[in-house]
Design a protein around this ligand. Sequence first.
Ligand code: ASP
Length: 303
Amino acid sequence: MSAVIVVHGGAWAIPNGLAKASVDGVKVAACDGFSVLQRGGSALDAVEAAVRGLEDNTVFDAGHGAVLNADGEVELDAIIMDGRTLASGAVSSVKNIANPVSLARAVMEKTAHVMLTSRGANLFAESIGMATVPTDTLVTENEMKEWRKNITFSCHSRAHDTVGAVAVDSAGNVACATSTGGIRNKMVGRVGDSPIIGSGGYADNFIGAVSCTGHGESILKVTLARLILSLVEQGKSLADSSQLSLKYMGDRVLGAGGAIVVSPSGQWAATFTTERMAWAAVDHDGLWYGLEPNERRKEQLSQ
Ligand code: ASP
């Protein structure tokens, strides 16, 4: 069984000025996640490591660099899911946690619940000794500027560079993780698809693992991650399942987005209906990456 990791840095109209940094960021995260798998780490460990790296990278809308809500505050959402047991953990509307994906993992492993929100999530973080950071440290100069511009939403500009990862380890276990600051100027308390099981992500060893990105309200309406896996269950390829599900979301609720998928046997796909999505994958053949529709570049891994 060969290990695979795929990561994304959000499906949206990534401006040229952010294109290179977005592609570089997902490549580094995919390689970091893959090295966890190579050292014998689980798929769960790999997706957490990859997403932590993306949360720390200010290019992406997660952790450091998150977009701001209508009040100019950071409110972060994240999910992680273990395909072995269907155990899942999520947090929503957390403010001063640098790596929400790790808090989501703690919810999964240390509580009897699937999701904690807002103050409760922060109280839990405190109870397990997870470090908090002053909220201001998560806000970048660029994001402050964008927020001041008071951008008016349109379907495509709403979505931002959410991050996610899916992986299969050498034992055939799959996992997914997704983390986001949501959409710029969102209402205070708005929760999108990213932390919602079956929408922003899903992982089941019997089928595969998915992480989604794009217009959250649309993804929620079609439960995109589970929809993709339902088509995989029916025998369709990962790429066809993703494309058909994204097309359904476009036709049915006029939403655009993207998804990365991995199967327990090590197949994978990265698909989107937005203008661009930065993604990268590492499998036994090397490092793959892309940004534009149908773009698939390859590099040998230097090791
Ligand atoms: N899906 C995220 C949200 O709506 C945004 C994104 O993927 O960029 O919160």
